[in-house]
Design a protein around this ligand. Structure first.
Ligand code: PBG
Length: 326
C-alpha cells in the first residue's frame, strides 16, 4: 500500500491525534537542575552570560532547591564557587568539610533531604588557583594519578556531607574506579556515581566559566575529549561502566546527539546528557532579540535530547520546564 491509501498526515490533523501518537515526552522527574553556590554572598548575584541563572547565596540556594522540588525536578547538581583566597594549587577547599561545596551539600540535605536526588560536582577546577580540573605536574600538564588521589578524598568528603550521588567531571583516566573504591572503603556503598563519561573539550562551556569565576588559562584538550571523535566516547563509556558508573553522561548535549544515541544503544545503565551553559545562553540571547520563540525552542531541544536517548537531562531550565509540564 502506498499513496493515496496511505496518508501519514491523517495522524497529524488535530492536537488530540498528535498527542495520541507522540513518541517522546519529557517528564519533570527526568530533569536535573545545576546550581551555583558562591561563598560569602548575602544576595544572589546575576551571571551576565546566563540571563536568569544566578550565583546563589546559602539562603537563596535553599529557596531554589525548594522551588525545584515543588516543581518535581528529579535532581539537583551543585557547584561550589569559593572566594579567591580559598583557591590554591591543589584545590584543597574542595576536600574541606567547611569548604563552600560541602557546606552547600549539607544545606541541601537539610532543606530537601530525600525528596530529590542531591548531586555534587566532583572536580577541582572551581577550587584550583590555575583553574584546571586536576593538580599540575612540574611541566605544567595535569597530573592524572596525583589528581585521582585527591578525587578519592573529595568523594568521601561529599558523601560525608550527604550527597546521594557524586559527579566526577574531570575526565581523568580511572576516576570512576578510584572514586567507587574510596566510597566503598569509607562505608558509602550506596552513594552512586554519575560519570561524566563523554565530556568534550568544546567551546560551549564559555558562560560556565563566568558562573564559577574560572581562572583557567588555555584549555582542557589534554583531558577532555576531542569533538570529532565518537568511537572514543564508546571506549570511555565502556571503561566507566566497568569501573562502576551507575549513570553515564554525555556533555554538551545538542551538538552531540549522535554520541548520546550510540551510547544508549551500547549500555544498560541510564544515560544522561548535560545541556550546558553555551546551549542555554544561545537560546536566551536569540530569544531576547525576538529571533526565536524561546519556550518552544527550549521544549524542542529537550525533546530532541531525550529522543536521542538521554533519559536524564541536566538543564538550567529544569525548574521552569518542570513547572510548565505539571
Ligand atoms: C567542570 C565542569 C564544567 C562544566 C561542568 N563541570 C566546565 C568545564 O569542563 O570546563 C560546564 C557546564 C556548563 O557549561 O554548563 N567541573
Amino acid at each position: 500500500m502506498s499513496f493515496p491509501d496511505v496518508r501519514p498526515r491523517r495522524l497529524r490533523r488535530t492536537p488530540a491525534l498528535r498527542r495520541l501518537v507522540e513518541e517522546t515526552r519529557v517528564a519533570p522527574s527526568e530533569l536535573v537542575l545545576p546550581l551555583f553556590l558562591k561563598e560569602g554572598l548575602t544576595e544572589p548575584r546575576a551571571i551576565s552570560s546566563m540571563p536568569g541563572v544566578v550565583q546563589h547565596s546559602r539562603e537563596s540556594l535553599r529557596k531554589a532547591a525548594h522551588e525545584a522540588v515543588s516543581a518535581g525536578v528529579g535532581g539537583l547538581m551543585l557547584f561550589g564557587v569559593p572566594t579567591d583566597e580559598h583557591k590554591d594549587a591543589t584545590g584543597s577547599a574542595g576536600l574541606d568539610p567547611s569548604g563552600i561545596l560541602n557546606v552547600g551539600i549539607r544545606d541541601l540535605v537539610a532543606e530537601v533531604g530525600d525528596s530529590t536526588v542531591i548531586m555534587s560536582d566532583l572536580c577541582l577546577d572551581e577550587f584550583t588557583s590555575h583553574g584546571h580540573c586536576g593538580v599540575l605536574a612540574t611541566d605544567g600538564s595535569v597530573d592524572n594519578d596525583a589528581t585521582l588521589a585527591i578525587y578519592a578524598d573529595m568523594a568521601v568528603a561529599q558523601a560525608d556531607a550527604g550527597a546521594h550521588m557524586v559527579g566526577p567531571s574531570g575526565m581523568m583516566d580511572g576516576q570512576v574506579g578510584v572514586v567507587r573504591h574510596a566510597l566503598d572503603k569509607a562505608g558509602y556503598q550506596d552513594t552512586s556515581i554519575l560519570a561524566y563519561s563523554a565530556k568534550y573539550a568544546g567551546a560551549f562551556y564559555g558562560p560556565f566559566r563566568e558562573a564559577v569565576e574560572s581562572t583557567l588559562q588555555g584549555d582542557r584538550r589534554q583531558y577532555q575529549q576531542d569533538p570529532p571523535n565518537l568511537r572514543e566516547a564508546l571506549r570511555e563509556v565502556d571503561l566507566d561502566v566497568a569501573e562502576g558508573a551507575d549513570i553515564v553522561m554525555v556533555k554538551p548535549a545538542l551538538a552531540y546527539l549522535d554520541v548520546i544515541a550510540a551510547i544508549r544503544d551500547r549500555v544498560t545503565v541510564p544515560v544522561a546528557a548535560y545541556q550546558v551553559s553555551g546551549e542555554y545562553a544561545m537560546v536566551e540571547a536569540a530569544a531576547a532579540n525576538g529571533w526565536i520563540d524561546r519556550d518552544r525552542v527550549i521544549a524542542e531541544s529537550l525533546t530532541s535530547i531525550k529522543r536521542a536517548g538521554a533519559q536524564i537531562i541536566l538543564t538550567y531550565w529544569a525548574t521552569e520546564v518542570a513547572q510548565r509540564l505539571r
